[in-house]
Write a protein that binds this ligand. Structure first.
Ligand code: ZN
Length: 251
């Protein structure tokens, strides 16, 4: 996918400051179980000032207070998120998924971009703005961007909310357990543009390390996890991801 990318200059720029060790590359090419963990730092643009990221009330409280206004605001926010496009870093992660036998992408981003780019083995720890969840039967279903008031396709309930976590909410237990399991099994664990405040999510790289994984961090600047990593590369995570794919293609 990257080889078809038009913007070769952008990729070249990424390689210039890509200083990953041979030790990492050797372990990476031989690995079977690989986990990447991404956050909002992977994308260049972000969507701010909407119902998903700037509200003091919970989504449930807002819905119960004024359902029609709530669903209209949700629809407006979803349309904003729809404008975001995957970048080369997102496509690099699709290439990586195709390359490794056992590849899992964990993300704290709610924008659904990894799914749109084409990643399949994906754990969206904080949900996806393009999905709804039924609180009567638990069904998660794709949102209809034309229909303002959703109804559960499984049980007909209108006790529906967007399938996203707000800042102070803990991740869903089944997703967290899945993320903890793949982290514990990982041989290589890479974070890209990841920086999160939730204690359970913050623990994932440490679970991987405690179980013998080699840890690499790609971020714009040092984070509180950097010292615990085997390696840390400072730079634009999207460009660093494209560089890593190009290096693998040359081996
Ligand atoms: Zn239902």
């Amino acid at each position: 996918m990257l080889t078809k990318a038009k913007n070769k200059k952008e990729i070249k720029k990424g390689i210039e400051f890509f200083m990953v060790s041979n030790k990492f590359i050797h372990r990476f090419v031989k690995a079977c179980q690989v986990v990447f963990l991404t956050g909002n730092g992977l994308k260049a643009e972000s969507v701010g000032g909407n119902i998903f990221n700037e509200e003091k009330l919970s989504l449930k409280e807002q819905r119960n207070n004024a359902p029609e206004k709530f669903w209209q605001r949700v629809l407006d926010a979803r349309k904003q998120y729809q404008q975001l496009q995957p970048n080369l870093g997102h496509f690099a992660l699709v290439d990586l998924e195709n390359r490794f036998e056992d590849f899992t992408l964990i993300t704290t981003a709610i924008d659904g971009i990894h799914r749109r780019a084409g990643n399949k083995n994906l754990i969206e720890l904080k949900g996806n703005v393009f999905q709804n969840r039924c609180y009567n039967c638990g069904t998660v279903f794709n949102a209809d961007l034309k229909n303002v008031k959703p109804v559960c396709p499984h049980c007909g309930s209108t006790d529906i909310l967007p399938n996203v976590l707000q800042e102070r909410q803990a991740p869903e237990e089944s997703k967290l357990k899945q993320a903890q399991r793949v982290s514990a099994e990982a041989e290589i664990f890479v974070t890209a543009g990841f920086n999160d405040q939730n204690e359970d999510i913050k623990a994932l790289p440490f679970i991987a390390k405690a179980n013998g994984a080699y840890l690499l961090e790609m971020n714009q600047e040092k984070t509180e996890y950097s010292d615990a990593m085997n390696e840390m590369i400072t730079g634009n995570p999207a460009k660093l991801l494209t560089a890593i794919v190009l290096i693998l293609e040359k081996i």
